[in-house]
Design a protein around this ligand. Sequence first.
Ligand code: DHB
Ligand code: MG
Length: 224
Amino acid sequence: MGDPLTARGGMDDGIREACERYVADLFAPEDEVLVELRRAMGEAGLPQIYISAEEGKLLQVLLRAIGARHVLELGTLGGYSAIWIGRALPPDGRLVTIEKRADRAELAREFINRAGLTDRVKVMVGEAGSLLEGLSAEAPFDAVFIDADKEGYPAYLEWSAEHVRQGGLIIADNALKGGRVVERDSENPAVLGIQEFNRRVAQDSRFTSIIVPTRDGVAIALVN
Ligand code: DHB
Ligand code: MG
């Protein structure tokens, strides 16, 4: 009978990894700014939790598909995803990205500037939970990309559902939480946050939604 995954058209881990590399090389090559930023984030001791280049390209495809001009990102880290998002926007488009740590926001600003995106991308320092209330004034957004603290995901989803236009997108990183979403009785707040987020994304009739298993899972909810 063989491996059930293989029988259903799956593949073993080695081949999967090679295919991920194949897709990244073919569809999502990095320019010097992105390569340098990854190096700078490593030197600054930032955790290696930025999105993959394939995920960056997936964001670009999705944002271009809906003609996004006004996007909000929760969780800047060093600005790697912000550069992918910023490059998907038209010249007069706008990305607001929120980072809780000032040193990381500063690194992000430096590389956003190097990418020539300073006019398009604004980095705000603070906790997403505190800044969102003020950002209501900038709504509606065409899309929100959620990649901040995992405990906050359910609240970020609710805010986004109220502030993203019809036909817009709510996208979230780490929807599979390193595989831990399948745990049944987890007491880990991050796992619980993602599980609750996924249940709501899947079951709320305001959305047409799915998780794409790219890297750590990208949840995509189209606002009906
Ligand atoms: C973690 C956070 C992320 O956004 C990510 O992509 C990977 C890991 C974390 O907090 O562990
Ligand atoms: Mg993430």
